[in-house]
Write a protein that binds this ligand. Structure first.
Ligand code: FES
Length: 171
């Protein structure tokens, strides 16, 4: 049996000479690689520059919502809306939206039967009927939110808009 192949491996063949890359060809390859790397860097910088113009903003849904009709809230009442932690306070024909969020550390204030209607269960801050702080660690009073009337006659509360304690809706 003949073990020798009719076509021997080129490396073992003394007559076979591996072609050397010419210096011009090597230079061309290095130049091409250099240009490709430069082009990549320019494109990456361009992309980063354009991307920096787009702000990283998280768009949240509006916190404005429709409540019931004004007449649905009995006079001299505080109606708690749990989902948004808010009291709708009716006094005669005036309506205000008082946040139930304690400004100290964010607990939900409770209604009490005492002299001051709002009490924070966490650290004992008391708030007057208009939300002003009376005692406790809370640094300020309860926030009021903007109340308006929709076209279909319902109260609209804008939780994104705080108002002074002298701004309320009169219907
Ligand atoms: S969270 Fe209300 S008093 Fe501390």
């Amino acid at each position: 049996m003949n073990n020798k192949s009719s076509n021997p491996a080129p490396a073992k063949n003394p007559r076979f000479k591996r072609p050397e890359a010419s210096p011009a060809r090597r230079r061309f390859i290095w130049l091409t690689l250099g240009w490709a790397a430069s082009l990549f860097a320019v494109i990456a910088c361009g992309f980063a520059s354009v991307r920096s113009l787009i702000p990283n903003v998280l768009f949240e849904p509006s916190r404005r919502f429709k409540a019931d009709h004004p007449e649905d809230y009995p006079d001299e009442t505080f109606t708690f809306i749990e989902e948004v932690r808010l009291f709708i306070v009716r006094k005669g024909n005036s309506y205000r939206a008082v946040s139930a969020l304690c400004p100290h550390l964010g607990c939900t204030v409770n209604l009490t039967a005492g002299e001051y209607p709002f009490l924070c269960p966490c650290h004992g801050s008391h708030f007057q009927e208009n939300g002003d702080v009376v005692s406790g660690p809370s640094p300020r009073g309860l926030a009021w939110h903007f109340v308006s009337l929709s076209k279909d006659g319902r109260l609209v509360i804008d939780m994104d808009r705080e108002v002074n304690h002298d701004k309320y809706l009169i219907v």
